[in-house]
Each structure stands twice: as C-alpha cells, then as structure tokens.
Design a protein. Structure first.
Length: 440
C-alpha cells in the first residue's frame, strides 16, 4: 500500500482494539454529564441542540411544532380537489409556529413562484459536469453555483448589523426553497430525459410544479410529491443534514453554503441515500429469486442471506424510533388508496410483515421496524419513476423546508458558533487512571 499508508493502518488497527477495550471496561463512566461510550460512539443520545421546528419521539415519531403526521394530514391546507397536505403549509407551521390558513399557504406559494428564477450560470455549471455524475453531486454543485445570489453574503460584506442577520438569512432561505425544484427537475431531465426540459407552471403549487417540471402529469403523482415533500421535511436537529446545516450556519456561512453542506451529509448511505438502497435491494432480491412477486417465505430466506453476509436490511431500524415510522404508515395508506394491486408496493408490505420478527429474533436490534425509506421508492416506481439514484434529490428538496426554517430561527435567536470540546484517547486513559481531573 505504501510506507506511510501501511504505518497508518498498523497504528489504526492497534488504536481500534484499544478503544474497544476502553469502551467495554469504562464505557458507562461519566465524563461530566455524558458517558465515555457516548463520547466515542457518535454522541448518541446527548442533548446538545435546540431545534424549534420539530421533535422526534421514540414512540410517536416526528412531531412538527407539536403536531403528528396524521394530524398534519388532517389540519394542513390542501390543493384544490387534493387529499394530501401542501408543503407550503408545513413550512409556515415550522417557521411561525402556527397552523396556516388557506390564505397563508396561497401567499407562500405566490412568493415562491415570484422568487423561483434560476440564473443561467447555474444551469451552465451543472452542464459542465459529466452526465454520469451522481444526481446529488449535480444538485449540490447547482446550489453552490447559486451562492452568487446570496443576500446574506452581500449584506454581511457591507457590515450588516447582528440584529438584522435573520432578515438576510430569511430572504436567502425563501429564494433557495423557491428555486430548488427548478434545479432538481433540470438535473432529472438532463440525466434521464435526453436533456429535454419543461418550463415551470406558475399556476401550480410548489410540489405540484416540481412534478410537472420532472414530466409527471398524473394528478395522483402530484399528490405523492405533496405528501413526500411534507413528511421528509424535518426530523429534529440531530440528524446529519439538519445538524450540519446548523453547524455550518453557526459560522455565519450563508444559507447556500450551509444548506449545501447539509445535503452533502444527506447523500451518505447512512442518511438520505438509504432510500435508493431499499429499491436496489428489492431489485436484487427479485433477480435472484426470479420473480417480481416473492412469497413471504422467499423474502424471509433472502433476508436471512442478507444478514448472514454481514449486511443490513435497508429501510429497517432507526437511531431514535422504537416503533414503525409514522412516515412509513402515511405512505402505506397512500399506496392502499392509489395503487393497492401494485406488485412492488405489495412486496414492500410483505417485507414489512416478514422482516421485524426476524430482526427481533436476533436479540440485538433495538428497532426492527421500517423507517420512511422502506416505502418511498416503491411508490415512485409505480409511476415509472425508476431512476433510484435520483431519490435522494427528492429528499434534499424536501429537507430544505426544515433545515432552512431552523436556520432562520438560529439567526433570529442569535445562536453562537457551535464548538464542542474534543479529547484524545491518551487523555481518556489518563483520566481513567486518575491522573487527569480536567473533565471533573
């Protein structure tokens, strides 16, 4: 591998073994208010952030400003003749903390329509990338190219007063949210539809127009986009995309830079990329079994083979949730209403019946239940949206609503630069040996 690379690998292997032993023997010891295991294992469960827009409960799932997903489906305004909540309404709720009226939602739709113009250099920047580039890379590059439009960056350079930071951040956030569907749809049509683009329809709502620009005219698909954009919008502040946006924003990076950083986190397989992993896994199962209608027994056998190979079943498990994700249930209800006989959708439901008991039998998994990613891809495939590499871009467009509403609150509340303390393993060993009292 090379002298330095070999030396690093040797050191890392030894350190890894040492750390495992430290955690095994001393993991429950408290350093201040947290345990040593939490320090080493991703700060899991440490309360260290304030996020106003939503709260994740292990049993009830996500609540936006106190409202559950079923409550939002009932209470948020809907498109004419529609049955799913408009994302504009959820944004209003997260930002203002009050359920919106129809007039409130129409106002936000109109504002986003007026702000939706994307400068030509953004498209040119995307076009400079190879067509083989992953859609999420194109998406983040597009966002970064649009940073030239940042109100906050321009006003800060002029000497913007601290008390007015929120104002410029708000304007940037509204511009970004308004323009993201245009950028995402451009990438979709460029990569998968022969670079044949569809102009926005100024008479449609935010999610409906996104569906239109991607080329999907079915009214039920527009409904799916409204539901998708609502349920993926936020998941309190500790997840990678939300926390990263907050962290980078705390350095007073403008919303374009902050959001782009968060979406680079969303693109990871342990976060937003998981939705495409689910569909890949199902396709691979169908190919190996030789049918697009696998039985429960065939699914169970394939699940066992997946686990035996050291892999996870994508779409199952969650860092916080301890019951079936309400977002999964919302999508299941959508499927029952719009596509009850779809083979892929029925396979997802059969997996839902099969996987949890198998995972429970292992005895080591705290949450054997499906999360939001376990269902979303199957609904999209029903409409011919089979380009699963693009699914995380949909997630990214939706997640803008939550992370940017939170960023507005960060600046309005004048939250400071985030700067937690870090330590070395040598200092940990000294502390264990009683030689270092620095954390006491």
């Amino acid at each position: 591998m090379g002298i330095i690379k070999d030396k690093f690998k040797t050191k890392a292997d030894l350190a890894s073994l040492e750390i495992k032993e430290i955690i095994k023997e001393h993991g429950n010891k408290k350093i201040g208010e947290v345990t040593l295991a939490q320090v080493y294992q991703g700060m899991r469960g440490i309360t260290g952030l304030v996020t106003e827009t939503s709260l994740l409960d292990a049993q009830e799932g996500i609540r936006f400003r106190g409202y559950s997903i079923p409550e939002l489906q009932q209470k948020l305004p809907k498109a004419p003749n529609g049955g799913e909540p408009l994302p504009e309404g959820l944004f209003h709720l997260m930002l203002v903390g009050e359920l919106p009226t129809d007039e409130d939602v129409n106002h936000i739709t109109n504002v986003w329509q007026r702000r939706s113009h994307v400068p030509n250099h953004v498209f040119a920047t995307i076009d400079a990338l190879p067509i083989s580039t992953h859609p999420m890379t194109m998406f983040v590059v597009g966002v970064m190219a649009m940073q030239t439009e940042s109100h906050f960056a321009k006003e800060y350079a002029k000497g913007l007063n601290k008390k007015d930071y929120w104002d410029a951040v708000y304007d940037d956030s509204m511009d970004l949210i308004a323009r993201l569907p245009r950028i995402a749809a451009y990438i979709y049509r460029r990569k998968y539809r022969n670079n044949e683009h569809i102009h926005p329809n100024g008479l449609l709502d935010w999610a409906g127009n996104f569906a239109h620009m991607m080329g999907y005219t079915d009214e039920s698909f527009k409904e799916l986009m409204r539901l998708y954009m609502t349920i993926h919008a936020d998941h309190e502040g500790g997840n990678v995309s939300a926390h990263t946006t907050h962290l980078v924003g705390s350095a007073l990076s403008d919303p374009y830079l902050s959001y782009a950083a968060g979406m680079n986190g969303l693109a990871g397989p342990l976060h937003g990329l998981a939705n495409q992993e689910v569909i890949k896994w199902i396709y691979e199962m169908q190919e190996q079994i030789g049918t697009d209608e696998p039985t429960s027994e065939q699914i169970a056998d394939y699940v066992q083979k997946t686990l035996a190979s050291g892999k996870v079943v994508p779409g199952y498990g969650h860092a916080v949730l301890r019951k079936t994700d309400p977002r999964f249930e919302a999508q299941m209800e959508f499927g029952k209403k719009h596509m009850p006989d779809d083979k892929m959708v029925n396979t997802v439901w059969n997996i839902y019946k099969t996987v949890p008991p198998i995972l429970q039998s292992l005895g080591k998994i705290k949450n054997p239940w499906p999360n939001v990613d376990a269902h979303s891809g199957a609904l999209l495939v029903h409409y011919g949206f089979v380009e699963y590499e693009f699914y995380t871009v949909l997630f990214a467009v939706s997640r803008s609503l939550g992370v940017l509403a939170s960023l507005c609150w960060d600046r309005a509340l004048a939250f400071p630069l985030e700067r937690p303390k870090s330590v070395t393993t040598d200092s940990v060993k000294n502390w264990i040996a009683g030689k270092d009292e620095i954390w006491e």
